[in-house]
Design a protein around this ligand. Structure first.
Ligand code: NAD
Ligand code: MG
Length: 298
């Protein structure tokens, strides 16, 4: 187990997928029940005080990439409000313990981001419990593959847009009212925004919308001293992928198509979320940081 500072070959830093990656869970899925388990930095991410005293909301904070961002934020010195679905309580409680072990405050606020009132309450809770809010990392997302447009229901199309696009709108709107100059919003797109898989019609479309929304909003709130950026992951080993994100038979070769030849681990996304939240990125706004194993993007 190495930290994010150890010099090494990125093609070998984490394993390729294999037959043991073929597995399936009911959505939203639990990281606890995956084997092999994703690495969200639980034992490896080392903080350097880059977010000392900061106040963060992270959605999808129970598992995968959001969990990695939440752990990293706490290790960098931030207090964190965690959003996740009630069914994900066992994963979320592990994250709460890890954050508290850093001496940081963790506030768990389970709920459904498809509900506007929950989104508003989440932000209001953060302001009250943390005494303000200066980082909003929106990592929650819905991805459910469907082979054909004939089988893609209006219900799913609506849920994917509500989770990935509307929630982003509601959360940003609620948060900007409270953010001081220096505040940072980080949204989560995907390689799917530029290279859409045919079986991810609804999902890929939302990810392009997230990039465009963020570029527009970044210009609008720049004068307030608030920055808006995006992280766009490639194939990362998380519950999303084993709970309907991919056909299970595709998982043994998950990530093989990337130039680096392997899936990413959630912990490899964490430094992007930290950089974009911290003052180190003071002159970066409206940008999408691709962390996708080397696949070219527009
Ligand atoms: P994940 O399953 O660990 O995280 C997704 C989280 O979204 C869940 O844990 C859940 O808490 C949250 N969520 C979903 N629907 C919700 C709802 N209605 N209300 C509240 N919370 C809800 O998987 P992940 O891969 O870490 O996904 C995180 C983000 O990364 C997503 O936006 C996803 O689109 C994006 N992404 C993932 C990959 C990948 O390969 N894993 C690639 C590109 C982008
Ligand atoms: Mg989860």
């Amino acid at each position: 187990m190495t930290d994010q500072y150890t010099f090494q070959d990125p093609t070998k830093q984490f394993p390729k997928a294999g037959p043991e990656y073929e597995q399936q869970q009911e959505g939203p899925g639990l990281q606890q029940d995956m084997a092999p388990k994703p690495d969200s930095g639980e034992t490896s991410y080392v903080g350097k005080g880059r977010l000392t005293g900061r106040k963060a909301v992270v959605t999808g904070a129970d598992s995968g990439i959001g969990r990695a961002a939440a752990i990293a934020y706490a290790r960098e010195g931030a207090d964190v409000v965690l959003s996740y679905m009630p069914e994900e309580e066992p994963d979320a409680q592990e994250v709460v313990k890890l954050i508290e072990a850093e001496g940081r405050k963790a506030v768990a606020v389970p709920g459904d981001v498809k509900d506007e009132q929950y989104c508003v309450n989440l932000i209001e809770t953060a302001v009250k419990e943390l005494g303000g809010l200066d980082i909003l990392a929106i990592v929650a997302g819905k991805q459910q593959f469907v082979e054909s447009i004939d089988e893609l229901t209006t219900e799913q199309f609506d849920e994917t847009f509500k989770t990935n696009v509307y929630a982003m709108f509601w959360l940003c709107k609620a948060a900007i009212k409270h953010m001081p100059p220096g505040g940072s919003i980080i949204n989560t797109s995907s390689i799917q925004a530029y290279k859409p898989a045919p079986i991810l019609l609804d999902y890929a479309t939302t990810k392009a919308a997230i990039n465009t929304f963020s570029k527009a909003l970044a210009q609008q709130v720049a004068e307030k001293g608030i920055r808006v950026n995006v992280v766009a992951p490639g194939p990362v080993w998380t519950p999303l992928q084993v709970a309907g994100g991919q056909p299970p038979e595709k998982l043994p070769s998950f990530g093989e198509q990337t130039p680096l030849g392997r899936p990413g681990q959630p912990v490899e996304m964490a430094p992007a979320y930290v950089f974009l939240a911290s003052q180190e990125s003071s002159y970066v706004s409206g940008e999408t940081l691709n962390a996708n194993g080397g696949m070219p993007t527009p």
